[in-house]
Structure formats: structure tokens, C-alpha cells
Write a protein that binds this ligand. Sequence first.
Ligand code: FES
Length: 134
Amino acid sequence: MRIQVNVNGEPREADVEPRLLLVHFIRDTLGLIGTHWGCDTSNCGACTVHLDGEPVKSCTVLAVRANGHDVTTIEGVSSGADLSLLQQGFREARRGRGPGLRDGARGGFPGARRRAWGHALPFLLLRMHAGLRG
Ligand code: FES
């Protein structure tokens, strides 16, 4: 089936299988690898994108459902080639430089929890971005 989806403000078209998940369309067809497939249980949120402005787990949505709609990925919240203020804040926090976030974001989380934090980053950023828009 041929679908047309506005992804991060740009019209994109592709032929897809009816059963293709949106997360695979975004990553494999469009090459936007900021969206992650982090679990098989729809619990981690690493695949979160905005579908018409609402956060959805793209591992639970068929790509054909996005036909004719707007999708925003983590790449879409950047300001051109620059990171958004939210992205900059999280990058600094992960490096242990964020004011007030050092212990929680890096120093306090040993290995596995730090990796989980990284998987959840698109979810957190897109939820916060939606919240800031009002
Ligand atoms: S990949 Fe984990 S919730 Fe979608």
C-alpha cells in the first residue's frame, strides 16, 4: 500500500506492507534512527513519536494508520542543525553537567539504569516538548 506521511514537516511517501509498524517505517524506510525499538512489550517508550501532535508508541501503531497524518520524531524537535534547548539539557545531564540532574541522570544510575535512561530519552523529550507547547 502506498502511504504519504508528513514527517517532521516534510511529505514522505513509500510503499509499505499493511502490517508494517510505524517504528519500522520511521527507522528502516525513512532512516530516522532517533526513534528506538527498545522492547517487545510496549512498555519502554523508546519508540515514542507524535502523531498529529499526540505522543504515541510507534511500536503499537501500523504505518498505514499514519497515512495522511503528521508525525514528529525526536529529530523533528531540533532547531535546524542545532539541538533544541531540551536536547541540550539532556545531553548535559547525561554528561553529568546538568545543574541538579547530576546524581539522578548519571552519577546515581549504575550501568543498566543508565542504559534504560538512554532508551527512554525520546519518550521523555517528546512528552516534555508536547507539554511545553501547551
Ligand atoms: S519499543 Fe518499547 S514501547 Fe515501543
